[in-house]
Ligand binder design. Structure first.
Ligand SMILES: O=P(O)(O)OC[C@H]1O[C@](O)(COP(=O)(O)O)[C@@H](O)[C@@H]1O
Ligand SMILES: [Mg+2]
Ligand SMILES: [Mg+2]
Length: 323
C-alpha cells in the first residue's frame, strides 16, 4: 500500500507544498487521537466564548484550531493562515509561499453526541509579498487552490485530498500512525436520487429552492420522475464523503433567517475546498447561480450558498434558479 508521500511524489507535488500538507496532517492526527479519547481527554463540551461568526465555540473547536495554527505558523513555507475560529488572518513566515485556510472542526454540534466530525483545509499560493496578517493576500477565488482536503473522523479516520490530479482517499493506520492510500481516482456518480438539506429552514429559502425540494418530495408522480431519499448528518465533511462514495446532492442554500448571512457555510473554509474535491471527482458545485470556485471573496469569513454533488442533479437545481 502507498503512503501519502509516495502519492504526492507521483503527482509531482513541490517539496515545499508537501511539507505544508504534512503539517496539516500531523495536526489532524493529533485531533483524531483526542477525539478517540473523547471524554477521557476532557475535550467535550463548550467554552464560554463565541467565534467571529457569533457561534459558541466548543472546546474542541479551540483545541483543533490551536493545533493547526501552531503547526502552520512555524512552518517556513507558510505565509499565513485563515481560520473559521480566528477573527483575523495570522502571519506565518514572511518568505512563505503558501496560505492555508481551514475549518479546524466541522460539524461541531456532533462532538458531544459522538458522531462524525471533520477538518477541512485549502491551500493557496501567495500572489505578492504582502504579509499573511493582511487578509487581502488570501482573497483569491477557489480556482487558485493548489490543494484541498478534509479529514473525516468517523469509525476510521480518513484523509481525502486533491492536488488537482484527482481525488485520493487515505485511511489512518493506527498501528503505525500513518495515512495509507486506500482508494484513488474517485468518481461521483453523475445521477442520484438522494438529497441532503436541513428541511427545518424551508420557509426561509428562495422560491426556486422550495420548488426543487417540493418536486423531489412528489417522487415518481412529480416533474423529476423519481423517488428521492433524504439524509442530514449536520456535518458537511460526512455529507460530502457520502456523496463521494455513492453520489447525492448536498445543499445549504441562501435563506433569509439573517439577511446579512448569504447561506451558513463559509466560502474559504468550506465552500471552496469541498468544491475543488467534488469537481476533481467529476461532480459539480454551485451557489445555484454560479460555480462556487468562481466567486470572488471580499472578506476571509464570507459566506456562500452551497449546492454540490452529482453533476446532473446539481445542473437541475441550477436550472430551477435560471428559470
Ligand atoms: O445545524 P445546521 O443548521 O443543520 O447546519 C449544519 C451545517 O453546519 C456545519 O456544521 C457548519 O460547520 P461548523 O461546525 O464548522 O460551524 C456544517 O458542517 C453542516 O452542514
Ligand atoms: Mg464547518
Ligand atoms: Mg468549524
Amino acid at each position: 500500500m502507498k503512503r501519502l508521500d509516495q502519492v504526492l511524489a507521483a503527482d509531482k507535488v513541490p517539496a515545499e507544498l508537501e511539507l505544508v500538507i504534512n503539517d496539516v496532517i500531523v495536526a489532524c492526527k493529533d485531533i483524531a487521537y483526542k477525539l478517540r479519547q473523547g471524554e477521557l481527554a476532557g475535550i467535550l463540551g463548550a467554552t464560554e466564548d463565541e467565534n467571529v461568526q457569533g457561534e459558541t465555540q466548543k472546546k474542541l473547536d479551540v483545541i483543533s484550531n490551536d493545533l493547526l495554527k501552531d503547526m502552520l505558523v512555524s512552518n517556513p513555507f507558510v505565509r499565513g493562515i485563515g481560520s473559521e475560529e480566528e477573527d483575523y488572518t495570522v502571519a506565518g513566515s514572511a518568505e512563505g509561499k503558501y496560505l492555508v485556510t481551514f475549518d479546524p472542526l466541522d460539524g461541531s454540534s456532533n462532538i458531544d453526541v459522538n458522531l462524525s466530525v471533520g477538518t477541512i483545509f485549502s491551500i493557496l499560493e501567495a500572489q505578492d509579498d504582502r504579509s499573511g496578517d493582511q487578509q487581502e493576500v488570501f482573497l483569491q477565488n477557489g480556482r487558485k487552490q493548489v490543494a484541498a482536503g478534509y479529514v473525516l473522523y468517523g469509525p476510521s479516520a480518513l484523509l481525502v485530498m486533491t492536488t488537482g490530479n484527482g481525488v485520493n482517499i487515505f485511511t489512518l493506520d493506527t498501528t503505525v500512525g500513518e495515512f495509507v492510500l486506500t482508494k484513488s481516482g474517485i468518481q461521483i456518480p453523475e445521477d442520484t436520487a438522494e438529497f441532503a438539506i436541513n428541511m427545518s429552514n424551508q420557509r426561509f429559502w428562495e422560491p426556486e429552492m422550495k420548488q426543487y425540494i417540493d418536486d423531489c418530495l412528489k417522487g415518481e408522480e412529480g416533474p423529476l420522475g423519481k423517488r428521492y431519499n433524504m439524509r442530514w448528518v449536520a456535518s458537511m465533511v460526512a455529507e460530502v464523503h457520502r456523496i463521494l462514495m455513492r453520489g447525492g446532492i448536498f445543499m445549504y442554500p441562501w435563506d433569509n433567517r439573517d439577511p446579512s448571512k448569504a447561506g451558513k457555510l463559509r466560502l474559504m473554509y468550506e465552500g471552496n475546498p469541498m468544491s475543488m474535491i467534488v469537481e476533481q471527482a467529476g461532480g459539480a458545485s454551485s451557489t445555484g447561480r454560479m460555480d462556487i470556485m468562481d466567486v470572488q471573496p471580499e472578506g476571509i469569513h464570507d459566506r456562500v450558498p452551497v449546492v454540490l454533488g452529482s453533476k446532473n442533479e446539481v445542473a437541475k437545481v441550477v436550472g430551477y434558479h435560471n428559470k
